[in-house]
Design a binder for this molecule. Structure first.
Ligand code: OOB
Length: 552
C-alpha cells in the first residue's frame, strides 16, 4: 500500500478476499468492462448532452494519454478540484487509467486547504474549472503552485492560451482515428488493493485529514449500497451535491451507478430550478440530498412547475433527517421514498432499506450496508453499553480505513488498538438492528452536512491580536441544522466585530462555509470541573439566546 497509509492486517485481508468482499478489479477496469457490456447505455449526462459508456470510456482514455504525454505518472498524487460537470468524471477515470491518485478537493476549498493537501501529498498536478461561480481558480492555482514546487502541472477545463496551463478541451478532442485506436492506458495502472483516491475528513483536527480509499474497498462499498437500495441499470442518479464528497461519489453515488451500468446526471448547482429542471429533463430516479437541501427544495416556489414523477428514492444524509422531514418528503415528492444515509468518508455506510417496516425507515438512520461491517457502541471506557443505551459508535470492516494518510499520531487516538475507527457519533441501537444518531462527541460543527472543525477555526482566530481566548461551537438553525458561533474573550480593552473577524479569516484564504456566523464577545469562558472550556455550556447559552432573539 502507498507509503503513509495503514494497511488492513493480513488475516483481515485473507478474510475479505476469501469471502468475496474484495475483488481484484480497479475502478478503470470496471469502467472498461461496463463499456464493453453496455456500450450504448448512457453513463453520464449534463447540460452539454449525454455520453454513452463506450464514448465516455474513450474520452477518459484520450485524456489519460494526453496527461501521460504531459508527464503524469502512475502513483502521482494530484489535486482534483472540479464541480459537477462531465470533466469531473472524465478526469477521475482518466487518472485511474493512469494509476494516479486524486485528492478529492471541493470547489469551496481555497489556498489554505489546497496548499495543505499539496504539501502533505507532494501533489504533482491541480485540476480546476477556471471561472466556476465567478471565482478566479486560475489565480488561486498559480498562488498555490508558487508555494508548492511539486505542482508541476496546472490543468484547466475548457480551452485557452494561458502560459503554463494545460487545457482539457483539446485533450478530449479526437486527435486522429489512429490515436483513438492506439491502446489507451488500461486499468492495469491501478493496483486494486492499493489507494485509488483520497477523500477529505469532515474534520475534528487543526487541519483536514486525508482518507485513503482503495479500489477494492470502495467498489465493495458501492456494490453494497446498490444492493441495499435495489438499483439496476435503469437507475438515473442525479449528483447535485459535490461529486467529490463520498455521499455523491459512491456511498451511494457515481461509482455505485457504474457498478450496475446505471446513468449519472451531473448538476453543478443545488439551486432549486437547476435541480428540478435536471430531474424533469433526465427523468432522474434517485436524488441524494442533505436535510438542508431538501428544506430549500421544499421552500422553492418553483417546485410545482416541474414534473418530478420519475423520482423513486431521495437519499438524505450528512445530517440527521428527523421523522417529520421524512414525512414531508414522502408527502411532497410524489411517491419517492426517503432513505436515510448515515455515512462517513472514512467508510461505514448505513442506509435505511426500502423493505423495512415504515416506522423503522422513518425513525432510524439505517444499518450498515455490509454483513462484514463490525459495529460496537461503547462508553467512555470503551466497554459495550447495554442494548438500547447511547454510546459512541466504533467500527471496522472491509471498506473502513485503518488510518488517515501520514497521520500516525492522530491515528493513535482516532482508532482503537483493535483497529476500530472511533466515529465520534453518539448512537443507540434500535430493536430492529438499525441505528439512531443521538448526537456526537467530536468537536465539529455540522453546517447543512458541511463539516467544520472547531479546532481549525479556533487556531486561526487565536492568531488575531485582539483575541485572548476563543471557543467555536454549534448553534441550532432551522434550515442548516447547525451554524457556527465564535465566543471570544478579547485582549484587555480590545474590540472585535463579526465583520472584522471574518475579514481577518478570509485573509487566511479558507473555504467560506467555515466562517463563524455569529460572534459573542464575553469576559470569560465557562470551564468544566476538569478546568477545560465547557463547550456544552456555551452551546446551551447560545441556543437559549437564539430562542430569545427569535421570540422577540
Ligand atoms: C457524510 O460523510 P462525512 O465524512 O462528510 O461526515 C460524516 C459525519 C458522521 O460521522 C456524522 O457525524 C455525520 O457526518 N452524518 C450524519 C448522517 N450522515 C452523516 N449524522 C446523522 N445522520 C446522518 N444521516 O456526511 C456522508 C457520507 C456518505 C453518505 C452520507 C453522508
Amino acid at each position: 500500500m502507498l507509503e503513509g497509509c495503514t494497511p488492513w492486517p493480513q488475516d483481515f485481508v485473507r478474510d475479505y478476499l476469501r469471502s468475496g468482499c474484495w475483488e481484484a478489479r480497479s475502478l478503470a477496469k470496471v469502467l472498461e468492462d461496463r463499456a464493453r457490456q453496455f456500450p450504448r447505455r448512457v453513463f453520464l449526462a449534463d447540460r452539454d448532452g449525454r455520453l454513452d459508456y463506450e464514448e465516455f470510456d474513450r474520452l477518459a482514455g484520450r485524456v489519460a494519454l494526453g496527461l501521460i504525454e504531459r508527464g503524469l505518472r502512475p502513483r502521482d498524487i494530484v489535486l482534483l478540484q472540479l464541480p459537477n460537470i462531465r470533466e469531473f468524471a472524465i478526469v477521475f477515470f482518466a487518472l485511474h487509467k493512469i494509476g494516479a491518485v486524486p485528492v478529492m478537493c471541493l470547489p469551496a476549498h481555497r489556498h489554505s486547504e489546497l496548499a495543505h493537501f499539496a504539501q502533505v501529498t507532494h501533489a504533482t498536478a491541480h485540476f480546476f474549472a477556471p471561472g466556476f461561480r465567478g471565482y478566479d481558480f486560475l489565480a488561486m492555482a498559480r498562488e498555490v503552485q508558487a508555494g508548492a514546487p511539486s505542482l508541476k502541472l496546472l490543468v484547466a477545463t475548457g480551452d485557452g492560451a494561458e502560459p503554463g496551463v494545460t487545457y482539457l478541451a483539446p485533450l478530449m478532442a479526437p486527435a486522429s482515428r489512429a490515436a483513438d485506436r492506439a491502446p489507451a492506458p488500461s486499468g492495469a495502472g491501478g493496483d486494486p488493493f492499493d489507494v485509488a483516491f483520497m477523500l477529505l475528513s469532515g474534520g475534528t483536527t487543526g487541519v483536514p485529514k486525508l482518507i485513503p480509499r482503495t479500489h477494492a474497498d470502495y467498489l465493495y462499498n458501492a456494490r453494497m449500497c446498490v444492493e441495499a437500495l435495489g438499483w439496476t441499470s435503469d437507475t438515473v442518479f442525479l449528483a447535485a451535491l459535490p461529486a467529490a464528497h463520498n455521499f455523491a461519489l459512491g456511498a451511494p453515488g457515481i461509482v455505485a451507478a457504474l457498478t450496475v451500468g446505471a446513468s449519472v446526471i451531473m448538476c453543478p448547482s443545488t439551486d432549486a430550478d437547476e435541480v428540478f429542471g435536471a430531474i424533469e429533463r433526465h427523468r432522474a430516479t434517485v436524488l441524494p440530498a442533505t436535510p438542508a437541501l431538501i428544506i430549500a427544495l421544499f421552500n422553492s416556489a418553483q417546485r410545482t412547475r416541474y414534473d418530478l414523477s420519475s423520482l423513486r428514492q431521495i437519499c438524505v444524509g450528512g445530517q440527521r433527517m428527523l421523522p417529520e422531514l421524512f414525512d414531508r418528503v414522502r408527502a411532497t415528492f410524489g411517491g419517492a421514498l426517503p432513505i436515510h444515509a448515515f455515512g462517513m468518508a472514512e467508510g461505514l455506510t448505513n442506509l435505511s432499506r426500502p423493505g423495512d417496516p415504515l416506522d423503522v425507515q422513518r425513525e432510524t438512520q439505517g444499518r450498515p450496508v455490509s454483513p462484514a461491517d463490525e459495529i460496537r457502541i461503547v462508553d467512555e471506557q470503551g466497554i459495550d453499553v447495554a442494548a438500547g443505551e447511547v454510546g459512541e459508535l466504533i467500527t471496522r470492516g472491509p471498506y473502513t480505513i485503518r488510518g488517515y494518510y501520514r497521520a500516525a499520531e492522530h491515528n493513535r487516538s482516532a482508532f482503537t488498538a483493535e483497529g476500530f475507527y472511533r466515529t465520534g457519533d453518539l448512537v443507540r441501537l434500535h430493536p430492529s438492528g438499525n441505528l439512531i444518531v443521538e448526537g456526537r462527541k467530536k468537536d465539529m460543527i455540522n453546517r447543512g452536512g458541511e463539516k467544520i472543525s472547531a479546532e481549525e477555526i479556533e487556531n486561526l482566530i487565536l492568531s488575531h491580536h485582539h483575541v485572548r481566548m476563543v471557543a467555536v461551537v454549534a448553534m441550532p438553525d432551522p434550515v442548516m441544522g447547525e451554524r457556527s458561533c465564535a465566543f471570544v474573550v478579547p485582549r484587555n480593552g480590545a474590540s472585535l466585530t463579526l465583520a472584522q473577524l471574518n475579514e481577518f479569516l478570509m485573509d487566511k484564504k479558507i473555504a467560506k462555509f467555515k466562517l463563524p456566523e455569529r460572534l459573542e464577545v464575553v469576559d470569560a469562558l465557562p470551564v468544566t470541573a476538569m478546568g477545560k472550556v465547557s463547550k456544552k455550556a456555551l452551546r446551551e447559552r447560545i441556543a437559549a439566546q437564539l430562542g430569545i432573539d427569535r421570540r422577540g
